[in-house]
Design a protein around this ligand. Sequence first.
Ligand code: NDP
Length: 324
Amino acid sequence: MKAQAIRFDQTGDASVLRYTDIDIPEPGPGEVRLRHSAVGVNFIDTYHRSGLYAVPLPSGIGQEAAGVIEALGEGVTEFKVGDRAAYAGGPIGSYSSHRNIAAARLVPVPDAVPDEIAAGTLLRGMTAQYLLKRTFKVESGMTVLIHAAAGGVGQIATQWARALGAKVIGTVGSAAKAKLVAPFCDHVIDYTQGNFAEQVRTLTDGKGVPVVYDGVGAATFNGSIDSLALRGMLVSFGNASGPVPPFSPALLSQKGSLFLTRPTLGHYTATREELLATAADYFSVVANGTVKAEVHQRYALADAAKAHRDLEGRNTTGSIILLP
Ligand code: NDP
């Protein structure tokens, strides 16, 4: 069948993305054909497009969508035609109206979760789940620092960390974003105005925080290290401002016997059981209102380049979807 998709032939800025017709064969063994009702746009998509994370070219793009199953390949028993399902974290190619995908990559979407929320927030929500509950366990009474609190991962992680009983310090890049996330944070710091690590020390009686969740990367790395308490952990999970430059492990000793981890969602959802449990945990906090996951930006699929420009230009808050 004919479908529509965004593809790119060479890496570069958002202008390399082109909207085109594609042919989709019948789903193969173990696959289903999913009609996408909404497609998530994530920062990692910009890394694939720019070449920061290498992908074979020419390539599709995008790792997240939700929709309805239209056809089943041989041997698929876990889903039936008409089921709502979503996926996040790959494989690349979600910026499309339809696609074939292994049923093992799909998770069921509960009735209480609309397609737009599943498509726009499953990847970020599962990320928040593993970061807060498995990479470094947030416990009641802790104070934690979460960068880019107004962003997609940031808004989910701040609300969820608070629900786990933590005090949350969130950083943002503008006064408008500070206002937006004030309800989700105990303290908001605009890190474009002055030294955020000093402010974190002041807020923690000089001690620093036991954990920093840093998806900003190069621009915040040193400040994140300086915000940590003795034996604290820097969870460096993204590069929105560029990758962290190389450094000597001796820095971790000098700054207080610190820990550093660089986790990625795929390694925390590596088995079918982990994927289903991570998605179910995230959907449960959406369904019961603990986390208000919001899609703040909607674009036509054909306008994917504009979505990338807005995301990279720090002009978005919360999550972003494309509508095929
Ligand atoms: P966001 O919605 O958080 O957008 C990124 C935000 O980063 C911007 O809105 C901006 O907020 C902040 N930022 C700071 N400096 C820059 C800069 N120079 N250029 C652009 N943005 C900047 O994106 P996502 O929710 O999609 O992802 C957040 C981070 O998490 C990304 O780094 C992403 O790669 C990472 N990630 C990692 C995963 C993993 O498993 N390792 C999984 C999912 C996401 P402000 O203006 O407030 O500073």
